[in-house]
Design a protein around this ligand. Structure first.
Ligand code: AMP
Ligand code: GLY
Length: 430
């Protein structure tokens, strides 16, 4: 397993972190990324590929003698890129189309959870021509009630309705204004779960499972979890809301039963299974599954592991993984997203970024929406950078992340100043 040529699909902070981790492997030959960003330029060759054109990806894999493709985002997975690459003989880290339905269809994920006996919110799902029935069902439930688009909606397909008016409003929007778009061809109505969220990432070849430490994301744009949802404004690990025993329970009563249920349906899941959990007073319950690493969770997971990430991905892709925990640092990691002014709404691009280079050894900067213009680093997306600090305590990791953020400047830079605070509060109250 030497001199493996690897192609990473994607261009966000998650993919920069994956590229950074894979570039450190002694088994790496050439590293390619499509499209990548300004941060990946130094460690990977960017390929100009239309990822939705699977044949062009297959051709490029052949041309560059790629041994392993690592697919970062959900869209190409749900669209079946992994299936087509595998059919062409390439090893792929990432589930095929049928397995990616765990993220691509919430109704499918719910049916798998039900069959596997996995704890999750009570729910019903409805087709496009049953929306009035769905509304009536939602109005009959205890408030708040959650209304979700079945399909992929870039994190914007979930509405928590706290009043009957809000239930009417979302159904009126779906019926009359095409809210949720194509993702609403089915709608899931589910019970609201009270608790604290956490995410668990399991690398799997369908049979064997290796877990990362639990992570906590910060989905909303505003301090204290206020305002609209984003892709994620920061993450830290390990999240103390998930104890070691609870992680064990999550593996045994959620992750393994789901993989076994998928297998019994003839679907083998390869890649990383992202379990979004609500830690309720009755224990962990599943909010959602995703078929990929989280962004920005990946930016704290990659520096936290001692594993050779290329070997790990290759073993998962080729059915050669072993059970167990991933070897991970005892340190704490905190990643803070710096975003463009206006995100998650509209924002301007092309702002010059300074200060990313002079960081101490306990601070890492992963690029998300950046590009290089005439040798200058500029903003090119909503989420721009993720600054990760590490330390012997969570407090220290947070301080280092924010000291890195302080060094960096671009016009309109926005970040939340409370990333990791929930963890600190929990430690204080323990
Ligand atoms: P999802 O796309 O399913 O992860 O939902 C996005 C966010 O909505 C989650 O991260 C939660 O914060 C919230 N959410 C979704 N479903 C529920 C639920 N049943 N109860 C409480 N909050 C939820
Ligand atoms: N950070 C949340 C996600 O990647 O879905």
């Amino acid at each position: 397993m030497n001199n493996l040529n690897v192609l990473i699909i994607g261009g966000g902070g998650r993919e920069h972190a994956l590229a950074w981790a894979i570039s450190r492997s002694e088994h790496l030959g050439n590293l390619y990324i499509a499209p990548g960003n300004a941060g990946t330029l130094l460690i990977a060759e960017s390929l100009d590929l239309d990822v939705s054109d699977h044949q062009s990806v297959i051709n490029s894999v052949a041309e560059h003698s790629v041994d392993l493709v690592v697919i970062g985002p959900e869209q190409p997975l749900v669209a079946g890129l992994a299936d087509d690459l595998r059919a062409a003989g390439c090893a792929v880290f990432g589930p095929d189309k049928a397995a990616a339905q765990l993220e691509g269809s919430k109704a499918f994920a719910k049916s798998v959870m039900k069959a596997a006996g996995v704890p999750t919110a009570a729910w019903r799902d409805f087709g496009k021509d049953e929306l009035e029935e769905a509304r009536t069902y939602a109005l009959d439930q205890q408030l708040p009630v959650v209304v979700k688009a079945d399909g992929l909606a870039s994190g914007k397909g979930v509405v928590i309705c706290r009043s009957e008016d809000e239930v009417h409003a979302i159904f009126d929007q779906i019926l009359n204004e095409g809210a949720f778009g194509d993702a609403a061809s089915r709608v899931v109505v589910e019970e609201f779960m009270e608790g604290e969220e956490a995410s668990v990432f399991a690398v799997t070849d369908g049979e064997h499972v290796k877990l990362f430490p639990p992570v906590q994301d910060h989905k909303q744009i505003g301090e204290g979890g206020t305002g609209p949802n984003t892709g994620g404004m920061g993450a830290y690990l390990p999240a103390p809301v998930v104890s070691d025993e609870m992680l064990e329970e999550i593996e045994e009563s959620i992750i393994r039963p789901v993989l076994a249920e998928m297998k019994s349906r003839g679907i083998s899941y390869t890649g990383v299974l992202y379990t979004g959990l609500m830690i309720t007073k009755d224990g962990p319950k599943v909010v959602e599954f995703n078929c990929r690493f989280g962004d920005p969770e990946c930016q704290v997971l990659m520096p936290a592991t001692f594993e050779d990430v290329l070997t790990l991905c290759y073993q998962a892709a080729t059915g050669d993984l072993e059970d167990g925990r991933l070897a991970c640092s005892d340190l704490h990691f905190c990643g803070v997203i710096m975003a463009s002014a206006g995100y998650p709404g509209s924002y301007e691009k092309g702002k010059v970024i300074t200060g990313t280079e002079q960081m101490d050894k306990d601070i890492l900067v992963y690029h998300s929406g950046t590009s290089s213009e005439n040798g200058r680093l500029v903003t090119a997306g909503g989420r721009v950078l993720c600054v990760v600090g590490r330390g012997a305590t969570l407090d220290k990791a947070i301080q280092r992340a924010y000291s890195g953020v302080k060094n960096i400047d671009f016009e309109g830079a926005y970040f939340r100043s409370d990333i990791g605070r929930k963890g600190l509060m929990r430690e204080l109250n323990a």
